[in-house]
Design a protein around this ligand. Structure first.
Ligand code: NAP
Length: 281
């Protein structure tokens, strides 16, 4: 079948590669170099001049741009969409995306919101891999009006890409992801900046870090534009999660300031238990 890939970067590119010959994608990207590179890598079979021209004969449309660009993409493709096409996104937040979809798409019931819980701190078509979703979860957030056939097809496509598919309401999705994904990014950004500032004042810090800094800050190198959009499109959830982190930091600060070793041990073992609970498969 013909498809359209709008945004030919890490996630969209990986999905197209994972589907292989099942779908022949026309690619559109704001960055012509990324679209050309996606063509060279066989992610898309042709490059389209615009989002509207990419979707013209497409039965599957995949929107894989930073979440806050979803509205402009939906507006651009609305007049050119085939009446039977399945439209999906891959965005990291869902409530705001669904509001935009309802506003701009002529057939929101044929849209299926998808979020593959897989990614890396890298971006662009060169980072795309057919194995990115293998064994990982993909969350679908259908609307009450979502067409059941389209939902089934979306599930089959993500399963074909190697993912384990679950359904979750958009608001619940955003609240949960604020804690397990958005907060760790915010914490890594703050941590890397704080240590980076200290290193700017004392060059002895450069090259001195061990595994702790490396492990805790890998995601601090993530794409700024993508993360700006994720954090702003899930403001309430992210702020709630940040309040929880503030409280934990305050407890640690109090225990350290008071020289309370017993309390500190308790807080550190509670952290280990929390990590195990979250990582339970
Ligand atoms: P990416 O590698 O940067 O790919 C996005 C591509 O879309 C880039 O080529 C970008 O071009 C292009 N683009 C940006 N705005 C556009 C627009 N308005 N119209 C057309 N093309 C546009 O990013 P990604 O990591 O694949 O992220 C894509 C989506 O997946 C995001 O919504 C993100 O929230 C979601 N997601 C990401 C991860 C992750 O770990 N990275 C995981 C799950 C879901 P430029 O390079 O010029 O900006």
């Amino acid at each position: 079948v013909n498809g359209a890939l709008l945004g030919c970067g890490l996630v969209g590119g990986s999905f197209a590669l994972a589907l292989g010959d099942r779908v022949s994608f026309a690619g559109y990207d704001r960055s012509p170099e990324n679209a050309a590179r996606a063509r060279e890598r066989g992610i898309v079979s042709r490059v389209a001049e615009s989002a509207a021209s990419a979707v013209k004969d497409a039965e599957l449309v995949v929107i894989a741009v930073p979440v806050r660009s979803t509205a402009e993409i939906c507006e651009a493709i609305a007049p050119a969409l085939s009446k039977s096409a399945l439209v999906m996104d891959v965005g990291s937040t869902k409530s705001e995306v669904l509001t935009q979809v309802k506003r701009w798409l002529p057939f929101p019931e044929r849209f299926v919101a998808a979020h593959p819980i897989a990614g890396t701190e890298k971006s662009g078509p060169d980072a795309a891999s057919p194995d990115l979703f293998r064994g990982r979860r993909c969350l679908l957030s259908p609307l009450p009006e979502t067409d059941r056939e389209k939902l089934k097809l979306a599930r089959e496509l993500w399963e074909a890409a190697g993912a384990r598919v679950d359904e979750i309401d958009a608001a619940h999705h955003d609240h949960a992801l604020a804690f397990v994904s958005h907060l760790p990014h915010v914490a890594a950004f703050a941590l890397a900046s704080a240590v980076g500032e200290a290193a700017a004042k004392d060059s002895w810090l450069e090259g001195l870090s061990g595994g702790g800094f490396v492990d805790a800050t890998r995601i601090a190198g993530s794409d700024p534009r993508m993360w700006r959009d994720v954090l702003l499109s899930n403001r309430d959830g992210v702020l709630e999660a940040m309040r929880a982190l503030d409280e934990e930091l305050a407890e640690l600060r109090r225990a350290i300031a008071a020289g309370d070793g017993e309390k500190l041990e308790q807080l550190i073992s509670r952290a280990g238990d929390g990590r195990k609970r979250v990582l339970r498969a």
